[in-house]
Write a protein that binds this ligand. Structure first.
Ligand code: TMP
Length: 252
């Protein structure tokens, strides 16, 4: 069998050419990085969990009419997605203060924000993904005015969906990051949610105890990352076992 073509290797995922034109296979690695890859480790089972969790969220978004790049999960670590051109922005939505906004503006972590705040960072690792304004985005042509309206609406719909689904299982969606892709259909382009939605790219806190169930466990050395991600998957009914690295039993 011919070896498939690698298109791109990122910090947590590798992309391969898909079986049909316009498709890509997204492989979830066990690698964890933080602080622009200054901190690195391999966390056995993380890729399997994120593949399942991202499938779950992307499928749910599709069901409520939010377009995503997701086509189907192929196996434990891979999913088939639509090939798209990634807009070079990290779109962050915050409901509570944490992380960089707390540092930047001196707001105590956990403070409820007056309303969801949307931020944009320019996707460039060599610059450390700096925060940018819509003025930069328009001036440098990273996205059009129409794109920005669509991106804002998509980001807020993802926030509503993710907040609701998490609240239902006793988890607070503090903030999250998404990436947006352009899919070309004939002469038209459509914006879709791309990349992944997983505890790598969200802050998730247990509502009762405040326990962190996201990548801050790794960033801040708070214990087992797979235990935290497994807990999210277990609450959502994705896994029966609370420990994926031993004997995960997939429910659906
Ligand atoms: P921040 O508080 O560090 O700016 O992060 C905001 C949210 O974005 C948080 O849920 C983590 C997520 N995030 C990523 O997914 N990738 C990144 O590179 C960074 C810095 C944050």
């Amino acid at each position: 069998m011919a070896r498939r073509k690698k298109i791109y290797e990122g910090k947590a995922k590798t992309l391969y050419e898909g079986p049909e034109p316009g498709t890509i296979v997204q492989y979830f690695k066990d690698d964890a990085t933080a602080f622009n890859a200054e901190k690195k480790d391999v966390i056995e089972g993380k890729g399997v969990l994120n593949n399942r969790l991202s499938e779950y969220f992307m499928t749910g978004l599709g069901e409520i009419g939010v377009p995503t790049h997701f086509i189907k999960r192929l196996n434990m670590r891979e999913q088939l997605v639509k090939s798209c051109e990634i807009i070079p922005l990290e779109v962050i939505v915050r409901n509570y203060a944490a992380g960089s906004i707390s540092k930047r503006l001196g707001i105590e972590e956990g403070t409820r924000l007056p309303r969801p705040i949307v931020e944009y960072c320019y996707k460039d690792d060599s610059l450390g993904d700096p925060l940018v304004t819509e003025e930069h985005i328009a001036a440098f042509g990273w996205a059009s005015q129409q794109d920005m309206e669509d991106i804002l609406s998509l980001a807020l719909r993802v926030n509503d969906y993710m907040s609701g689904i998490m609240y239902a299982v006793g988890i607070r969606l503090v903030d999250f990051k998404i990436e947006i892709g352009r899919v070309y259909e004939g002469d038209f382009q459509r914006l879709v949610i791309a990349d992944e939605i997983s505890p790598d790219s969200c802050r998730l806190w247990d509502i009762e105890t405040g326990r962190k169930l996201d990548k801050d466990v790794f960033r801040r050395d708070l214990g087992s990352l797979t235990d935290a991600y497994s807990e999210v998957a277990r609450r959502l009914g994705i896994l029966q076992s609370s420990n994926i690295t031993t004997a995960p039993t997939v429910v659906k």
